[in-house]
Design a protein around this ligand. Sequence first.
Ligand code: HXH
Length: 338
Amino acid sequence: MNRTFTEPSLHQLYADYFPIGAAVNPRTIRQQEALIAHHFNSITAENEMKFISVHPDPDRYTFERADELMAFAERHGLKMRGHTLVWHNQTSGWLFEDKIGGRVSREELLRRMKEHIDTVVGRYRGRIYAWDVVNEVIADEGEELLRRSLWTEIAGDSFIAKAFEYAHAADPEAELFYNDYNESNPHKREKIYRLLKSLIEQGVPIHGFGMQAHWNIYDPSIDEIRAAIERYASLGLKLQLTELDISVFAFDDRRTDLKEPTAEMLKLQEARYEDIFKLLIEYRDVITGVTFWGTADDYTWLDHFPVRGRKNWPLLFDTRQEPKNAYWRVANLVLKQP
Ligand code: HXH
């Protein structure tokens, strides 16, 4: 399914603003190789660098798939972002357990975290320019700052600062990011802001915040996204959109009958992409990267998630890997500049 290209390269169009990235996996680097090489100048491993993928057993690291993606980046001259070192999901169960199935001590958990970070960050030192060090630790609802997880239960809140310290020691040149979703929701935004501010005040080596940007055609509003960018940027951090996609379904829409996106969905999606990229261009001084969580609608993590049996069409290229009108709206912001 690799085609030839008549439309301009997205990353070249945006060269004066920020790199344009895509999440990839071993299947998409084959199925979408030409598309990725033409339009993108950065990649992120969708799953292959997560804890469970690279460190399934205490004494066994499995880097084959991660290495394959790293080699793809180097072969095509793409930047690589690392995703992700410390998270409550897709993490091996043994990490939190002692030899007889009880919980490890705080000291042992931090020792294992350090060993993991040293090994993974060390392996790609100088080749991965930015790492999502900690992913999704803020609680969505309520007044509690951090979500409860085995990390907080065993290590307490300080595991976050420790993760950044260990990552910084393992590659002092790498840009270190905290990464989270629902980042433009005002309630969660303020909690993320509090976490980031406290890390900075403690002198933790954190350089940026990754706004995941898993958005849909209705939410969040451009005003909410703008307010979020302003708020995070006020801390002096770099900002990236790390996992951008625009679902064609509202959050509570559970329909599974659509074979194609409706004309209405595509119209709203195009307008959203244009408005979002207008905003990103406006904030180019603080935005240092924009990564889509996928490349073309032939494969997206949003197929069958969170609604089983439902396809989604959240990206700029369609299921045939052809540019959608949304692509042209984003391209024309730069092509038709006065
Ligand atoms: C991201 N989480 C991860 O960072 C990335 O590693 C992964 O590949 C895909 C997306 C986003 C996310 C966060 C919470 C979540 C779902 C996705 O929880 C929900 C569960 C069910 C329904 C809605 C949200």
